[in-house]
Design a protein around this ligand. Structure first.
Ligand code: GLN
Length: 542
């Protein structure tokens, strides 16, 4: 029997609902249950693929090629359950489904309305693609009280009523702000937020209260009384030093026990948390430190590189070191002499990106890494910049560029309009809609025997997630390889370059895919483990 847990947020945004859902998922999993996590986003974009990463944070890509909310990254990193297309929906997607049905005549002459047609489509999504999961956790984006989230709240209210309380649990995440003048954690915003939720017919069964210090029993009692929630179900979610401590802290507060008891299951023994304890220990007591310079474009919002910064932390966990990140806007390297800023770092990473702004700075950062023999990892756009750099400065193709920046005589990076996925041919056009028209999701690659890439992976056959429109142009392979940049990974048909490397360099690798999307704290991605190891070597040199 599948049970549903709905997670809403109140008081303010950015309370870490996604992390809360992910951590609860991992706790239930540690007790042997099969879980699935989903996100319902109230905004009107059909998916976050067209949103600026500096506004909404990173776009997380699933194996099956969906562009989704970054919270799905947390879900995967905490549970290891691969997220799917069917795990993220937005108002935009719901409305496009409803409107397509209306045009198709599926509503048989009915007046199409938010209730029941939109709410039905939302409930259909919640139920879809579920098999033998014990628990499905659904996080509702936004904050209770937003106009946009109303249809979602109405849909989960109806859903809870339909499946019955024994199969639906409502958890509300709130904030208890500390007011220094009063010397107290304040419960009023939580009371108001629960009232707001009650006004749409949802009585939360459990409250997860974010606070920066322990919540006195008296305050818990007060919250329980005013919010009509049992006191043991008012759970403190205190700030922690590393996100990987969250499952442990929640368990100490009795969160998973209370969730099970709500469903009438008496918790048996303790969940197996040794994995998380080990990770937290490694994060807290590292044996050393390395500094990685991340030369990107969206450095103003740390969430725009969420999976990347986590994957670098995982590389540190694998090597028992703390990874210090220096976020650098690539544009600074466009002024003469600015590359000296890179002198203090032990490794340079150029991440994914779109558009021409800042690219000359990225190319300079690559050149610095190549010439000064600093470990370098280029991801997606970062690999494309590494190829342009090598073409210009090693192969003598001075005009080398990408067609992403306009017409060029030397398109070492260009738009591919056809490519294969397994046995099917996929086609796109230059003028296609922007949303969902990239090479998206998992694709296989073959690695050259004996290459650094093959050594790192311990295999010559890999599968990684993609999200890009442009490809390195295979026609320049011979010229680039002759100058020292080797194509060590290709698509199975040999047409699309997937990995480049410079053998005559301590560690220089560019990948067309996004390895950071598959890294887990308990299973760090081999590329990040190897890159951080190379950075440790580098730190010993300087
Ligand atoms: N802008 C490049 C492309 O579309 C790279 C994309 C990325 O880094 N994700 O191919």
């Amino acid at each position: 029997m599948t049970r549903y847990i709905f997670i809403t947020g109140g008081v303010v945004s950015s309370l870490g609902k996604g992390l809360a859902a992910a951590a609860l998922g991992s706790l239930l999993q540690a007790r042997g249950y099969k879980v699935r996590l989903r996100k319902l986003d109230p905004y009107l974009n059909v998916d976050p693929g067209t949103m600026s990463p500096t506004q909404h944070g990173e776009v997380y890509v699933t194996d099956d090629g969906a562009e989704t909310d970054l919270d799905l990254g947390h879900y995967e990193r905490f549970t290891g359950v691969p997220a799917r297309k069917s795990d993220n929906v937005t108002t935009g997607r719901i409305y496009s489904t409803v409107l397509a049905r209306e045009r198709h005549g599926d509503y048989l002459g009915a007046t199409v309305q938010v209730i029941p047609h939109v709410t039905d489509a939302i409930k259909e999504f919640i139920r879809s693609d579920i098999t033998d999961e014990d628990f499905v956790l659904c996080e509702i984006g936004g904050t209770v009280g937003d106009i946009e989230s109303l249809p979602f709240l109405e849909a989960i209210r109806q859903f809870g009523n339909e499946v019955g309380p024994e199969r639906a649990l409502f958890i509300h995440v709130t904030l208890l702000p500390y007011i220094p003048a009063a010397g107290e954690l304040k419960t009023k915003p939580t009371q108001h937020s629960v009232k707001e939720l009650l006004s749409v017919g949802i009585q939360p069964h459990m409250l997860l209260c974010r606070a920066d210090r322990p919540i006195p029993e008296n305050e818990r009692r007060k919250i329980a009384l005013f919010c009509n929630v049992r006191q043991e179900r008012v759970i403190a979610a205190l700030d922690v030093d590393t996100i990987y401590q969250v499952p442990i802290s929640y368990h100490e507060q009795g969160f998973d026990d209370e969730v099970l008891r709500y469903f009438g299951i008496e918790p048996q023994g303790e969940p197996d948390l040794h994995l998380w304890r080990d990770i937290v220990q490694r994060v807290r007591v590292p044996e050393g430190e390395v500094t990685i310079g991340v030369v990107g474009k969206y450095t103003s919002l740390i969430d725009s590189y969420k999976s990347l910064s986590e994957a670098l932390v995982h590389g540190g966990i694998a090597n028992n070191v703390r990874v210090k990140l220096e976020w650098m806007d690539s544009q600074i390297f466009e002024s003469e002499g600015a590359v000296t800023h890179l002198e203090g770092v032990d490794g340079i990473l150029v991440p994914g990106g779109f558009g021409e702004r800042g690219t000359e700075g990225k190319i300079r950062a690559v050149q610095f890494a190549r010439e000064r023999k600093v470990p370098f990892l280029g991801i997606c756009f970062g690999m494309q910049m590494a190829v342009i750099e090598a073409a210009r400065h090693l192969a003598g193709l001075t005009e080398a560029s990408s067609t992403e920046f306009g017409p060029t005589s030397t398109p070492v990076v260009g738009l591919m309009t056809e490519w294969t996925r397994g046995n099917t041919r996929e086609v796109r056009q230059a003028g296609d809609d922007l949303g969902g028209t990239m090479r998206l999701g998992a694709y296989e690659a073959r690695l050259v025997e004996g290459s650094r890439a093959a050594q790192i992976y311990g295999s010559t056959s890999i599968s990684e997630r993609h999200r890009h429109r442009y490809e390195v142009n295979i026609n320049y392979r011979e010229q680039l390889e002759a100058s020292g940049l080797i194509f060590s990974g290709l698509s199975p048909d040999g047409v699309l370059p997937e990995i480049v490397e410079i053998p005559d360099h301590p560690w220089f690798v560019g990948v067309q895919f996004h390895p950071e999307l598959k890294s887990k704290p308990f299973d760090p991605h081999p590329l990040f483990t190897s890159f951080i190891r190379a950075a440790i070597e580098q730190s010993r040199l300087v």
